[in-house]
Design a protein around this ligand. Structure first.
Ligand code: NI
Length: 180
């Protein structure tokens, strides 16, 4: 099938951003991998690549379901699309690592966040198969960031109140100006 068909089958959806209150919703588990879930996963990947970003949670497309997409491939022209359904952290390491994080729902804002350096996760794939996997490095940081989204938690929640208030104020003001 030609590229045209492929593109037509997927859709880029709008990524919601601060101060949208839906980002604070707790997402519901995916009960069954239906055609709608597959379409949602495709749209999430497409929207994530378009942004561009390396990770996305369904709530960022205003869908409160426990679904995460990710692509951590580093090489130019290489892709490694991954889908995590109902992902959860089983265990976390006691050692921490620090990454400068950003979020497609908090555009152009980056801050260092400290998280467990390694986590063991469990998730379901698009075939309904359950997997357990060890994550470290950027993968560990990214999956923790995305699982936080499923619980209505944002990376700015780990910053000082002063920094968080400043970001909220900036985005609230920008949204007000855009609405005028
Ligand atoms: Ni994010």
């Amino acid at each position: 099938m030609g590229r045209g068909h492929y593109i037509a089958a997927m859709a880029i959806r709008e990524i919601i951003s601060l101060p949208d209150k839906r980002l604070r919703l707790v997402s519901k588990p995916v009960e069954q991998v239906t055609r709608e879930i597959r379409t949602l996963a495709d749209d999430m990947l497409e929207s994530m690549y378009d942004a561009p970003g390396i990770g996305l949670a369904a709530i960022q497309l205003a869908v409160p379901l426990r679904l995460v997409t990710m692509d951590l491939s580093k090489k130019e022209g290489e892709t490694n699309p991954r889908v995590f359904i109902n992902p959860e952290v089983l265990t976390s390491s006691e050692d921490f690592s620090v990454y400068e994080e950003g979020c497609l729902s908090i555009p152009e804002y980056y801050e260092e966040v400290e998280r467990p350096a390694k986590v063991r996760i469990r998730y379901m794939d698009l075939d309904g198969k359950v997997h357990e996997e060890d994550a470290e490095g950027l993968f560990a940081t990214c999956i923790q960031h995305e699982i936080d989204h499923l619980n209505g938690v944002l990376f700015i929640d780990y910053l000082s109140k002063l920094k968080r208030d400043r970001v909220m104020k900036k985005f609230t003001k920008a949204a007000r100006l855009a609405a005028k």
